[in-house]
Design a protein around this ligand. Structure first.
Ligand code: F0G
Length: 351
């Protein structure tokens, strides 16, 4: 009768905490690794989904945030700040509540999903909508944390990466070894950096026999790493990864090159196709940005880059409930019926 204790207690010996560190947790991590039947059939591989939308605030950010807020608390911070496309701010706001801290969040005006805004609001964050994009928000957050008494909890804070690397540990612990390929959406590039660090640590210590190839996918309108230059006005329906100048750019290139992987792009159309496939055929509801990993895998398969028989893990980073607009858009309006079984049966096509 033990429940999962959260990533810090589960992986304490691999994280920068001491016996006296005051752990701030919502028991994040321990997320499902779900076999993906349709994707496996399509690719001829054994595909698994690491469902990070099952975290307490609905995204993988909680793994990094438990570490960032725990360490900020240990260092005596009273307030934390982050720039965000929505998920980091939702997570920071929740963990700040647990720690008794004030949270301040900077989001790009009009470009974050409603569910994420609702989370920051209900957790009592101080929210500023910035007249600019995520990259502008991050510049501002760095300046504020440099000059005022507020701790930065974006993934440029290295303890965020430490927390997020635990997802790789969980996958190896579950599968018995590292997969052949690991596929991720890429925005600010913190998560691909974190997974690569986690996989390398387990391989170095002999917990796994190898490391996977790391495949990252950006949205075409926001693909600076693919283009090799900053994108001044990034665009994509996947607002979570609408980022033109990723903070961990070089680390993402290192993950790609050291692992023999790739970083490519997927169009909004490809993202939405994968988003619908995941929901309609795998039963997994993710937000659009999360579907970029699966869209990338399908694109690579169509290009003949996926050898059959491999074991592949796709991280799906955030819960579909955060941004339901895309689920509703274009779907037929449900019909209204009277309280009458015969009519209902007829409308349901049961007769
Ligand atoms: N998927 C989701 C759902 C995200 O929220 C993010 C990033 C990513 C993928 C990309 O991860 O930045 O580590 O490469 N969201 C950040 C935020 C930027 O502010 O919530 P990354």
């Amino acid at each position: 009768t033990h429940q999962w204790r959260g990533i810090i207690e589960e992986y304490r010996d691999r994280l920068p905490v001491s016996d006296t560190t005051p752990v701030v947790t919502l028991r994040e991590g321990g997320t499902p690794l779900v076999p993906a039947q349709v994707l496996s059939e399509r690719t001829g591989c054994e595909v698994h989904l690491k469902v990070e939308g099952a975290n307490p605030t609905g995204s993988f950010k909680d793994r990094g945030m438990t570490m960032a807020i725990t360490r900020a608390k240990e260092e005596g911070a009273k307030a934390v700040i982050c720039a965000s496309t929505g998920n980091t701010s939702a997570s920071a706001a929740a963990y700040a509540v647990r720690a008794g801290m004030v949270s301040a969040v900077l989001v790009p005006q009009g470009k974050i999903a409603l569910g994420k805004m609702g989370q920051a609001l209900v957790h009592g964050a101080k929210i500023l909508q910035v007249d600019g994009n995520f990259d502008d928000c991050l510049t501002l957050a760095r300046e504020l944390s440099d000059n005022y008494p507020v701790a930065l909890v974006n993934s440029v804070n290295p303890v965020r990466i430490e927390g997020q690397k635990t997802a790789a540990f969980e996958i190896v612990d579950m599968l018995g070894d590292a997969p052949d390929v690991h596929v991720l959406p890429v925005g600010n590039a913190g998560n691909i950096t974190a997974y690569w660090k986690g996989y390398k640590e387990y391989a170095a210590d002999g917990v796994s026999s190898r490391t996977p190839r790391m495949w990252g996918f950006q949205a075409s309108g926001s693909a600076p790493i693919v283009r090799g230059e900053v994108v001044k006005d990034p665009s994509t329906i996947a607002t979570a990864i609408r980022i033109g100048n990723p903070a961990s750019w070089q680390h993402a290139l290192n993950a790609r090159d050291e692992s023999g992987g790739l970083i490519d792009e997927v169009t909004d159309r490809e993202i939405l196709r994968a988003y619908r496939l995941l929901a309609a055929q795998e039963g997994v509801f993710v937000e659009p940005a999360s579907a970029a990993s699966v869209a990338g895998l399908l694109k690579a398969a169509e290009q003949g880059k996926v050898d059959p028989g491999q074991r592949i893990v796709c991280t799906v980073t955030g819960n579909g409930l955060k941004d339901p607009d895309w689920a509703v858009a274009g779907a037929p309006q449900p019909v209204t019926v009277p309280v009458d079984a015969a009519t209902a049966a007829e409308r349901l096509g049961l007769v």
